[in-house]
Design a protein. Sequence first.
Length: 297
Amino acid sequence: MSNTAHQYKLPDGVSILDGRGGLSVVSVKTPWSSAEVYLHGAHVTHFQKNGEPPLIFVSQCSRFAEGQPIRGGVPIIFPWFGACEGRKGQHGFARNADWKLNAATKDEQGRVKLEFQLPDCSEAEAFPKFTLKFFVTVGEILEMELQTTNLSASDNLEFEDCLHTYFTVGDIAAVSVHGLKGASYLDKTDNFAKKVENDDAIHFNSETDRPYLNTTATVEIRDANLGRRILVEKENSASTIVWNPWIAKAQQLSDFGDEEYKQMVCVESGNVAVNKLVLPPGKCSSLRVRLKSKKSA
Ligand code: TA6
């Protein structure tokens, strides 16, 4: 048992276990669902409603190691999305850090709320002083909140943030994504060309990598194969990124199975590119995402 287990008073249904790669994982059981969050990256790797297939996808080939991002789940992307001029690594440093569990509580309905915090780290020294907290509420739905506070007395904190959620689907060929009609996006498979979504539904038949900008809409993932619809609701998020690596990119990713592109789709909620945030001194900003699923009629 990892030593973290002895640091917290945990409510019934919550335990801290040695997970994959020996990394500590918070395991949660509620009357409606189960979930898992690794302290590494405060990374949600599992959410499943009783009687339904898992909602969250994690690659069978994922690494679970210090300094390596977990492939799948809900990577916390902060303080930059994608590549960043003069900065090392893609998608910031929060997902590779070992977060602290500040608290685990249960409300009167039986929902479990976990609070994680990013400890001070060397990579953060290049930014004005900030705190980054991540709240996960497990119940009939999965609620996540990424809370950034600018502790500087004088400097704005400029950052991008994103909850980069990987969803389990039965067969990507039978999946459609709805809610983005009319939104402009950057087509990363076409040299970041700026385009507008003209269709009611996005279907997948090749690599798809699209940050949709200036959109606060709820997105619905319709999975005909699993017979379910997933709602991705969000607050304080102006960007939605839709990604499926498809065949060639899947083969290039060493921590992703060649055929796994068929069983996942990313619908990511955040503030990226022109939607990046500028947080004044002393202010706080929270990105919230709620994931709901229901059987298709
Ligand atoms: O959100 C889509 C994306 O930016 C893709 O371009 C792809 O790189 C994906 O993120 C995964 O990034 P990662 O660094 O986790 O391999």
